[in-house]
Design a protein around this ligand. Structure first.
Ligand code: SAM
Ligand code: DTB
Ligand code: SF4
Length: 342
């Protein structure tokens, strides 16, 4: 790899597949060292942003995402739960704050947001959690421009909407919506001045070219997502991907390091799949540029490491939680994001 790929500020939006591939394919330790260099230059090394997740509406989703335990069409052990009450959600956010989380992310098993009383209630939740001085995040499925505006006005800080995999592999995993649908919502979120959180999952049966294609799409957006979650598939019984092979640990490190190099200023989130990783393995992910995690013993429906175990890990590795709003608020965008064909 030429040094020019990691020198200067390194924020580029014209990456080629070949360039990203040459980063991804580097000998592992050289890749980690390059990524660590970028990380040191662009972030406070050792500072990790902590988000807490809450499933505010669980299961019964009409989409067919092959990895997801909440899709109504698969027979998993997830119990359907209607939209939670605002007070319960605020209580959960207060608990998360007391536990050290700076961001509270509310997830709903919806294909898209509908303009109904449930959405009004989510708006109330956003206002209430914002009042706790936490960064509020939602992941609710597809949004129209007007819905994104409403969320922004209520004080939403970030919106999570993953592209999950490459454009080429997408229809192998999800058929009930398109890659373009996902990118449109990201554009609506960006235009409303909400911080963008978008990444994907490894372990869906994708090739290395698909992983590189996913990073290419994200890195060539007109503005990089402020946060890029890298999830390892949590295989759930009853879903079509339940028997997929476990992702080798070095593939995860490669994804994180490559994301760090091609999107140097973004937070790279070591997301689902941490329960299967040792502290030493997670340490390598942090060295490779991961600087954000979901903490708390549950993700949306699947388990995550216990809070105390994470704090012990933070102590051992010398990691420090990042304060809320340390990056300020994203600016409202005048222009739509255009998706350039790869
Ligand atoms: N329904 C909304 C949507 O799809 O955007 C929000 C909730 S959805 C569960 C949020 C994200 O969780 C998905 O985009 C996917 O990337 C991730 N996810 C879901 N199931 C997963 C699994 N079994 N393993 C890893 N990540 C998963
Ligand atoms: C993201 O990228 N990962 C989180 C969050 N965004 C919403 C969700 C992971 C879900 C894992 C499966 C589950 O717990 O249901
Ligand atoms: Fe529904 Fe989101 Fe799960 Fe897909 S990932 S089935 S949209 S909850």
């Amino acid at each position: 790899m030429s040094n020019s790929l990691v020198s200067g500020n390194g924020v580029r939006h014209n990456w080629t597949k070949e360039e990203i591939s040459s980063v991804y394919e580097r000998p592992l330790l050289s890749l980690v060292l390059d990524a660590a260099d970028v990380h040191r230059r662009t972030h406070i090394f050792g500072e990790v942003q902590i988000s807490s997740l809450l499933s505010i509406k669980t299961g019964g989703c009409s989409e067919d995402c092959a990895y997801c335990p909440q899709a109504a069409r698969y027979h998993t052990s997830v119990k359907v739960h209607a939209l939670m009450k605002t007070e319960e959600v605020v209580q959960a956010a207060e608990n998360a704050k007391a536990g050290g989380a700076s961001r509270f992310c509310m997830g709903a098993a919806w294909r898209e947001v509908r303009d109904n009383s449930d959405f009004d209630r989510v708006i109330d939740m956003v206002k209430a959690v914002n009042g706790l001085d936490m960064e509020v995040c939602c992941t609710l499925g597809m949004l129209t421009p007007h819905q994104a505006e409403r969320l922004a006005e209520a004080g939403l800080y970030a919106y999570n909407h993953n592209i999950d995999t490459s454009e080429e592999h997408y229809s192998e995993v999800i058929t009930t919506r398109t890659y373009g649908d996902r990118l449109n919502t990201l554009s609506n979120v960006r235009k409303a001045g909400i911080s963008v959180c978008s990444g994907g999952i490894i372990g869906l049966g994708e090739t290395n070219a698909d992983r590189i294609g996913m990073l290419l799409t994200l890195a060539n957006l007109p503005q990089h997502p402020e946060s890029v979650p890298i999830n390892v598939l949590v295989p759930v019984a009853g879903t079509p991907l339940a028997d997929n092979d476990r992702v080798p640990f070095d593939d995860l490190v490669r994804m994180i390091a490559t994301a760090r190099i091609v999107m140097p200023e973004s937070a790279v989130r070591l997301s689902a799949g941490r329960l299967e990783l040792s502290i030493a393995e997670q340490a390598m992910c942090f060295m490779a540029g991961a600087n954000s995690i979901f903490a708390g013993d549950k993700l949306l429906t699947t388990p995550n490491p216990e809070y105390n175990a994470d704090m012990e890990m933070f102590g051992i590795l010398g990691l420090k939680p990042k304060a809320a709003f340390a990056d300020g608020y994203p600016k409202k965008q005048e222009k739509a994001m255009q998706h350039e064909p790869c």
